[in-house]
Design a protein around this ligand. Structure first.
Ligand SMILES: [Zn+2]
Ligand SMILES: [Zn+2]
Ligand SMILES: [Zn+2]
Length: 180
């Protein structure tokens, strides 16, 4: 008798006892499981029904980069507020002492860009999908940039914000250490 091949039982919602929905992922890669009785109402832009959300602790992703401070590998982590950062894999959080342990190297990541197979309606250059660090998404022109010296945008100004931001969960809970 072996039950190693047994499929994991569907977890039940601690609030209402319904099955939990399959794991879904936010725009910034955080994983969560909603109650199957939790329904997104497109008209009111609110979730209805059972509000239980279980955040899944995302395993820190080890990068091919070394910490500039101590040479240990860097990992990608998310904060409670969905901000992304690279941090030293030796860095930790001592819950009892309420202080950081190990190497304190942190590098914040400000959004990500993905190439799209779409053409800018203004200038016919390729569009890119930009995800801000709070999980908002927009399509923008790949020629767009920011002139730091002049403090003004450069290139094409085409921007299209995408609706639907499941990252802003009012009851989002995470298991990550507080921001330093
Ligand atoms: Zn529920
Ligand atoms: Zn380090
Ligand atoms: Zn353009």
């Amino acid at each position: 008798m072996s039950d190693e091949t047994k499929v994991a039982e569907i977890e039940k919602c601690p609030k209402c006892g319904s099955d939990l929905a399959p794991i879904s992922e936010t725009a910034t890669g955080r994983k969560l499981q909603r109650c199957s009785k939790n329904v997104w109402n497109k008209e009111t832009r609110k979730s209805e029904g059972c509000t239980y959300v279980k955040w899944i602790a995302v395993e820190p992703q080890t990068l091919d980069e070394k910490c500039p401070k101590c040479g240990s590998p860097l990992v990608i982590q998310f904060t409670r507020f969905g901000k992304k950062m690279k941090k030293c894999s030796t860095g930790g959080w001592d819950k009892e002492a309420k202080k950081a342990t190990g190497c304190d190297y942190v590098e914040w990541i400000n959004g990500t860009t993905e190439k799209l197979n779409e053409i800018c309606p203004q200038c016919a250059e390729p569009l890119v999908l930009y995800t801000t660090n709070s999980g908002k998404r927009m399509k923008k022109c790949s020629t767009a940039g920011w002139d730091r010296a002049a403090r003004q945008p450069t290139g094409c100004t085409y921007v299209e914000w995408l609706k639907g931001n499941f990252n802003q969960s009012p009851n989002g809970e995470e298991f990550l250490p507080p921001e330093p």
